[in-house]
Write a protein that binds this ligand. Sequence first.
Ligand SMILES: C[S@@+](CC[C@H](N)C(=O)[O-])C[C@H]1O[C@@H](n2cnc3c(N)ncnc32)[C@H](O)[C@@H]1O
Length: 200
Amino acid sequence: MSLPDFGVYHHSTRKQSEILRESVRDLFSHSFDIAGIRKGEEIRVLDAGCGSGFLCAVVASYFPNAQITGIDLFKSGSLRDLSLDTAVRNMEILGFSRRVEFVTADLTESLKSLGTFDLIVSNLVLHNLGQRRKKAFGNIVEVMKQGAFFVYGDLSTSNEPEGSDSSHDVLGPLRLIYEQRLESKSQYRLQIFRNNIPNR
Ligand SMILES: C[S@@+](CC[C@H](N)C(=O)[O-])C[C@H]1O[C@@H](n2cnc3c(N)ncnc32)[C@H](O)[C@@H]1O
């Protein structure tokens, strides 16, 4: 039986990527405990910049009734040798194919055709987008249901929460409810935001 291959991150070896994923998996699982969504709930989840499906798998094992949509450009870049086929094969290996679908989509373009979500997760994606990050945040906020959570893990050296900077005012409707850095990699920060506004 083959094992899933979630790939090698930029500036990283396979071993380092696997060690980082181990810590990130624990941090995301802990954040789901904090968000307080019941494990058995039939939620819709979006993985923004899913790569080979690493976080899709974390979510699928934590929430056994979740339907998960992973979106990505599926071009090799910050994740070496990324392809849609690898992501699909990983879900087959893990037995998650029925609950995880992949869509080729650009976070800097509207995501409204995907519908709305109870939970959005993202790992190591948005710091790469530069000025286009603001647009991506806006698109994410637009597909969050009222009360939905956005669990956002990324590299950041800033001590200010994402969105406190006026250039990221698109996160304004969201409330930051939790923040933690990785002990082993202090630039890595996870934040949980909650959407408290009604859908427009
Ligand atoms: C470092 S990888 C992280 C992948 C995955 N989240 C993980 O944790 O393994 C960054 C991912 O973001 C994706 N990405 C970058 N810009 C994107 C965009 N504009 N729209 C969708 N995905 C994007 C890349 O294709 C890549 O798969």
